[in-house]
Each structure stands twice: as structure tokens, then as C-alpha cells.
Design a protein around this ligand. Sequence first.
Ligand SMILES: [Zn+2]
Length: 232
Amino acid sequence: MFAALALTGLLAGCSVAQAHEASTVALFLDRDPSSISPEILAEMRLEIARLFSPAGLNFVWRTMDSRIYGETYPQIVVVRIKGGCRVEGVDLLLAKRWLPGGKPLGSAFVEEGRVLPFAQVDCNRVLLCLRAELFGQEQQMRDRIYGRGLARVLAHELYHILLGTEEHARTGVAKSTHTGQDLACESFTFESEQIEQLRAVGQALLAVAPGEQAAGENAEKRPAGAKAALID
Ligand SMILES: [Zn+2]
């Protein structure tokens, strides 16, 4: 049984059987990625790579449905991307009506003081946070900004998970609150202190024997129900 207490969730500052390189982190999407615009997903992948490459961490993206028996990685995180991850003009007009403010853009989970390898990103809330930045943009740029913003929210939760911490930084991706501008601007990064901490994680993963963590393990650990503790 899952008996965690909710952990951390990132709040919006706006109104609302393979062996892989040891420094590789596998992100397993737990829902059908076809529900996410391919352009947005591609932008997410680019931004995650950009944010973590200074720390020497690489990411592979997989789906739970396509995992292979015996498939292993040094570190696995299960990622749930909630909501309709597309952006059309009408979505921007209606976004304000969908959701009350004050809810997290993304969450990680803590059980008995341990941050679990499970990240959640709420597409609808990120869209609401980015509404002003998306208005008036061409579709291609909307996808780019939205995908980048979703990636930054996911990166924040990955920071909690990889470092096993509920702490926040004062600035950068690891700070406790992100504004729409933070999520949309051209350059938003981890601060050097967090990069060094993440680099140490990558170095520790180098000591993990290939095949240390099987792809199916984390699926059984993912939080379900009200007992899970959230962190933003
Ligand atoms: Zn946080």
C-alpha cells in the first residue's frame, strides 16, 4: 500500500534489457504520449536536455506501455503529464474558467521522508500560467513556449527527485514559485549550486552497475490516492 504524505508541488507565481550510460536518467511517461502534441513533446525533450546537460545528466524518454522486460537504467522516474497538452486559441480564452488558482503546476511525492521517483505535471495549469505569454503568438511559437514551460516544471520536480530533497533554491528552476515569464523566457536555468548538486548525482550514477534498476519497479511504487504527500 502506498502510505505517503503529499510532498511538494510547484506553484504558479501567476494567478493561478538494455544497459545505458550510467549518467542516464530514464523518464517513463505513464500515459499515451499521443495525447500530447508531438511538437510540444519535442520541445519538452529539448529543454530538459538543455537544462540538465551542464550537470552531465542525459535523459531517455520511454512509455510505460512500451517498456521491455529486463530493460534497466541507473535511474528511472515515472512521469505523469495531466490534462490536455495542446494549445489552441480557444484554450487560451477558456483557460481562466477551467481552474481555480493556487494549485501546483507540478508535483513530486514524499513517503516517510523519502522523495519518490514519480513526477506529475499539470498541462492545464501550466497553460493557465502561460496564458499572457501565449496570446498573440503564432501556433509554432505557442508550441515552443508551452513545451518549454512544461519542461521547466518537470525539471523542477526532477530536481526534487534526483536530489531527494524538499528544499528550494532562492532563484532559478529550483525556486519554489515560477511565473509565466519564468516558464516562457528564452533562458531560465538552474543556479550553479544546484548544477553542482545534480552533477554529484550524475557521478553517483556512474557507480551504479548497469541494470541496477528495472523499468517495471517504479510503476509499482507510484503514488495513488489521497495518502500521497505532495510537494510543489
Ligand atoms: Zn518544489
